[in-house]
Design a binder for this molecule. Structure first.
Ligand code: NDP
Length: 342
């Protein structure tokens, strides 16, 4: 074990629950002192951390399926780091590890709360993107929940985001016609030109139902078999309107409603008439699928079938909360991660 006794680490703490939307006044960046790890513990220095929409629910204490962040304590989230001091022989100094103590520069963690991951063969941020929760969410949501098949017409919202860009690529690679929506002309171009989607639209361009109808026409399709919903609200209602009989809707996220501002779809009667299946899911409930997912996705990443689309925010821990706010504003393409080592 190292002879170093203490180290300092800056961390983001929640100081009050957000009102309508998270703001800088809800958090503070403070410097904490960490003791050296004891037996069975490691001190991890984080290289890269994830910011994710679900953190809004943990800050506000409104998400039913996950513990709220305690007020006055460091927030949590996925991160990849390197073991700097070790009291655990199976996790030597220098090991790359994945864990849930993000939002901070360093943490002392019990060995059971960290997972060693291979280093060197891919950027560590891949474990937060295509090979992490967003990729796993896309895989389970599209293949298991929507039971997507070759030939399906798939519509995915927030298609230029972390989950959405993986869903879009997976559906394309599976032989589907794919339509995506996103929040800017630049993202629409990215979806059609870089990811090769059949059509895409900016949901700010007029009523969504009109924009979706136009995208279906450009893709040479008249109706949707699978809608992968990341946003809820108007896009969900518009998708229901264009579903084919026996269509499947994966309810993955509803980011347009997280502030409680947008009412739900007003046309659920169509779900009965068209025999639709709408199914919500939480990716982490499907842990039994994780080893298969990682094996398959590693192969797809290596072959180039799937790209890990990401925006890396540099500038260290001080930039992390801004990166989170940018994620909610749609500033970034792909998975937003914060580099803590540059
Ligand atoms: P993203 O990387 O997609 O980032 C969120 C994106 O949402 C933004 O980039 C923005 O893109 C879009 N957005 C923000 N506000 C709105 C709005 N009002 N209307 C429409 N789009 C909006 O995040 P993730 O890929 O991590 O998550 C996508 C969704 O999946 C979220 O709803 C999240 O909560 C959910 N999720 C669910 C999981 C589960 O287990 N069920 C697991 C992980 C995520 P744009 O420029 O296009 O507006």
């Amino acid at each position: 074990m190292s002879t170093i006794t203490t180290t300092t680490s800056r961390e983001w703490r929640l100081i009050r629950r957000p009102g309508d939307a998270p703001s800088e006044a809800d958090v503070e960046l403070i410097e904490a002192t960490l003791d050296a790890p004891g037996a069975g513990e490691v001190l991890v220095r984080n290289q890269v951390m994830s910011v994710e929409p679900y953190m809004w629910g943990r800050m506000a204490g409104t998400a039913e399926y996950v513990e709220p962040y305690p007020v006055g304590a460091a927030m949590a989230g996925r991160a990849v780091g390197v073991v700097e001091q070790s009291g655990e022989p199976s996790l030597p100094v220098g090991a790359t590890v994945l864990h849930d103590a993000g939002w901070r520069e360093a943490a002392v963690l019990p060995a059971r709360d960290v997972r060693a991951v291979p280093a060197g063969d891919r950027p560590p941020s891949t474990w937060l993107g295509a090979l992490g929760i967003p990729g796993f969410t896309a895989y389970v949501g599209l293949l298991d929940i929507a039971r997507c098949r070759p030939g399906d017409t798939v519509f995915v919202s927030a298609a230029a985001g972390a989950v959405g860009s993986t869903v879009a690529q997976l559906a394309k690679a599976s032989g589907c016609t794919v339509i995506g929506s996103a929040g800017s002309a630049e993202k629409v171009r990215f979806l059609t030109e870089d990811l090769g989607l059949d059509a895409a639209f900016d949901y700010h361009d007029g009523p969504v139902r009109t924009a979706l109808a136009g995208a279906l026409e450009r893709a040479g399709e008249s109706a949707i078999d699978v809608y992968f919903d990341n946003v809820g609200g108007e896009q969900l209602e518009s998708a229901i309107r264009r579903m084919r009989d026996y269509g499947r809707i994966t309810l993955c996220g509803a980011i347009s409603t997280y502030g409680g501002r947008v009412p739900g779809p007003g046309n659920l009667l169509l779900a009965i008439w068209r025999r639709l299946r709408l199914e919500g899911f939480i990716a982490t409930d499907h842990a039994a699928r994780q080893p298969e997912f990682e094996r398959v996705m590693s192969g797809w990443l290596a072959s180039g079938r799937i790209r890990n689309v990401e925006t890396v925010r540099t500038g260290g821990i001080a930039t992390a909360f801004n990166a989170f706010l940018g994620l909610l504003d749609g500033s970034d393409v792909g998975k937003t991660v914060v580099a803590l080592d540059r």
